[in-house]
Design a protein around this ligand. Structure first.
Ligand SMILES: [Zn+2]
Length: 207
């Protein structure tokens, strides 16, 4: 127990400690969240606790794209009005959510659950890469995937992963594209790193 919290009941310090383990939540935020929760009525606490317990109950990966689902396939894969011939490769489910919120994409996804990173001992077998390659091969002619959009992050690991996929699949007739990325809105050219600028130039469109 933290010395500063020694005058608090153990259940409160336990809560603070558990909250502080969450990504982007530091000790201070954990304390603020804990005291916010202490002020809530039982019904709200039950709802939150129920929602947390609920994610352990039947949530698993979609058999097609590895998005989260409680069914065999996710809502996107199950939707016949989506274009199943265009598959967008993303690193994680948060990227899928970000792309969905643009409402610009009507294809389906493939979630890799990470990026290649030799320094962190993350190799091809640690990602859903074989599943991607199998998925592209096993389709019968009528619903064969025609375009693969590589929406991996534009950092070093994301670029390496996109390159790996491209190397593995090039020459098999599949149209492979990489999302254009570039300058953030309001971004100064002088502050952009060279990779960002290079991709901004390459991905330029008609004005
Ligand atoms: Zn799916």
């Amino acid at each position: 127990m933290d010395l500063n919290n020694r005058f608090l009941p153990e259940c409160v310090t336990d809560l603070i400690e558990e909250l502080a383990k969450l990504p982007t939540v530091g000790k201070k935020s954990a304390q603020r969240l804990a005291f916010h929760l202490l002020r809530q009525d039982d019904e709200k606490i039950d709802k939150l606790a129920g929602a947390i317990l609920g994610i352990k109950d039947g949530v698993h990966f979609c058999e097609e794209c590895f998005n989260l689902t409680t069914e065999r396939v996710c809502k996107i894969c199950d939707n016949p009005s989506r274009n199943h011939k265009t598959v967008c490769v993303v690193e994680d489910v948060l990227d899928l959510i970000a792309l969905e919120s643009t409402m610009e994409f009507n294809g389906v996804y493939h979630v890799l659950h990470g990026a290649l990173s030799p320094l962190d001992n993350v190799g091809p077998d640690d990602l859903k890469l074989h599943e991607l390659f199998n998925r592209l091969e096993s389709k019968d002619e009528a619903d064969k995937v025609e375009e693969l959009i590589l929406a991996n992050n534009t950092n070093t690991e994301g670029e390496a992963t996109a390159l790996y996929i491209h190397e593995h699949l090039k020459g098999n007739g599949l149209n492979i594209t990489r999302i254009a990325s570039g300058m953030p809105v309001g971004g100064d050219l002088d502050y952009a790193d060279s990779l960002t600028l290079k991709r901004a130039l390459k991905g330029r469109g008609e004005f």
